[in-house]
Structure formats: C-alpha cells, structure tokens
Design a protein around this ligand. Structure first.
Ligand code: OAD
Length: 233
C-alpha cells in the first residue's frame, strides 16, 4: 500500500442508519415519505414554513434520541490515533460524529443550529423551532434551521476542495452518490492521485469511480477498515 499521510472521509446517511436515523433514498426513506420541494428548499420555507419546521423538528427530536454507533466510534479513533491528518466531511445533519468524539465538517449544515434568513446570524437551535421565531441578533422573525437546502450552496467547499486536492486516501461511507457536489469528490481525489475506497451496503451511483470497495453494514466494515488503516495495510 502506498504511504498515506492525509485521509479525507466523506460520510452520508448510511453511517447513521444503524443508529436508527432513516436514510433518504433507501426503501421507505425520507424522500419516499416527503417531497423534497415541500420541505427542503428555500421556496418551501417561504410557502409553508410550518411544514418545513415540522419536518426538521421531527428530524431534530429523532437525532436527539439517537446514539453514535460502532462506525462513528471507529472514525473518531482513526482521527485521534492516525499519525497524519484525517479530515472528516459529512453530509449528515445529525451530531453523531461529535457524540463519538470526532470533529466533522458539516457541509449540509446541522440540526442543532439555527440561522437567521435575514442577517445570517447563527445560534443553537431549540429542540422545536417555530414559524416567526426571532433572531437574537437582528430581531427579524426569520429564524430557520441551519440546513443547506436544495438550490443552496453547501458549506465549507473551499476547505473541502483543498483537502481533496492534497489527500492521498479518500473514503466514502454510506452515501448514495446522488447529490452533488459531494458525489464528485471521488473524481477530485483521484485527480490528486489519491487511493479511493467506498464502504457501502450495496453498489452506489458512484461505485465505478472507486478503486476499492467494502460491502456490508457500516458498523461492521468501518471498524475493520480503520484497524487496517492504522496498521498501515
Ligand atoms: P442516501 O439516503 O441517498 O444514501 C444512503 C446510502 O447509505 C445508500 O447508498 C445505502 O446503500 C447506504 N447504507 C444504508 N444503510 C447502510 C449501512 N447500515 N451501512 C452502510 N451503508 C448503508 O443518503 P446520502 O447519500 O447521505 O441532503 O444523501 C445525500 C444527501 O441527500 C443528504 O445529505 C441530504 C439528501 O437529500 C440534503 O438534505 C441537502
């Protein structure tokens, strides 16, 4: 195996599935139960903020009851024990990486944070957000979940692209590869000469772009893979 100093890991909803949080596109997933255009766009929030808050309040309550699983714990161990850099980028809006002790870049925002649609001030979200709640900074009644909706720009992209361009191992865990720009990260890492590995329950839309694949439940495959990386294999 080539020498690895800098690892970038992208996680998706599949890593939190065994913690009881539903994924988006698996059978019976969130996008089978709710229309994206009703709950996850800026237009939806203008049209029916009650419905959008209801959707994210339910997600926040579920996430608050969930615990991190063996896959989150293994990535936290990798971050603390690997002698080089381990940059963890997540599309997930839950806090399960942090609960396990890892530091993650939340490119799609976080359920635990609120954002003022008027002045962009951010603060800790209450468990239940209500339509018309005011911003603590500017007092506008425009508090919204700090979640990146469809049609909005993901967060921290400069930092993520820089990490991808300088990594020598890229791993994607539990993500379907259906949402850009995250689905394009593997190509970016490959162009930088990085080794690429996908860990998923099944083939994804981006499987063809990875050199290596490990198939199975994240709670089983991720701890084993972390052991291999730490052993330099
Ligand atoms: P998806 O629901 O699209 O995909 C979940 C992936 O996890 C699938 O590829 C599954 O095969 C895999 N999976 C499920 N259970 C697993 C397990 N126990 N172990 C390993 N893999 C498992 O979720 P994401 O790819 O995260 O964005 O979706 C990306 C974005 O689309 C989300 O961040 C969200 C959504 O719309 C926004 O809301 C902006």
């Amino acid at each position: 195996m080539r020498k690895v100093d800098r690892i970038v890991i992208l996680t998706g909803a599949g890593i939190s599935a065994e913690s009881g949080l539903g994924t988006f596109r698996d059978e019976g997933g969130l996008w089978a139960q709710h229309r994206i255009e009703d709950v996850a766009t800026p237009e939806a929030f203008v049209r029916n903020p009650d419905l959008v808050h209801q959707f994210y309040n339910a997600r926040r309550a579920q996430a608050a009851d969930a615990g991190s699983n063996a896959a989150h714990v293994a990535l936290a161990r990798l971050q603390s024990e690997f002698p080089g850099d381990v940059i963890l980028v997540t599309q997930n809006v839950d806090g399960l990486h942090e609960m396990a002790g890892a530091a993650a870049i939340h490119m799609h925002g976080e359920l635990s944070r609120a954002l003022c649609a008027t002045c962009e001030h951010r603060w800790d979200a209450p468990l239940s957000m209500e339509t018309g709640a005011t911003c603590p900074a500017c007092a506008a009644p425009t508090a919204r979940p700090d979640i990146v909706w469809f049609g909005e720009m993901p967060y921290h992209l400069d930092q993520i692209v820089e990490a991808l361009q300088t990594c020598d191992l890229f791993a994607a865990i539990g993500t379907s590869g259906q949402v850009y720009p995250a689905a394009g990260f593997v190509e970016e890492a490959r162009m930088a000469g990085a080794a690429t590995i996908e860990l998923n329950l099944r083939d994804s839309d981006m499987s063809h772009a990875f050199e290596d694949h490990i198939t199975g439940l994240a709670s089983v495959t991720v701890p084993k893979w972390v052991d291999q990386v730490l052993a330099g294999r």
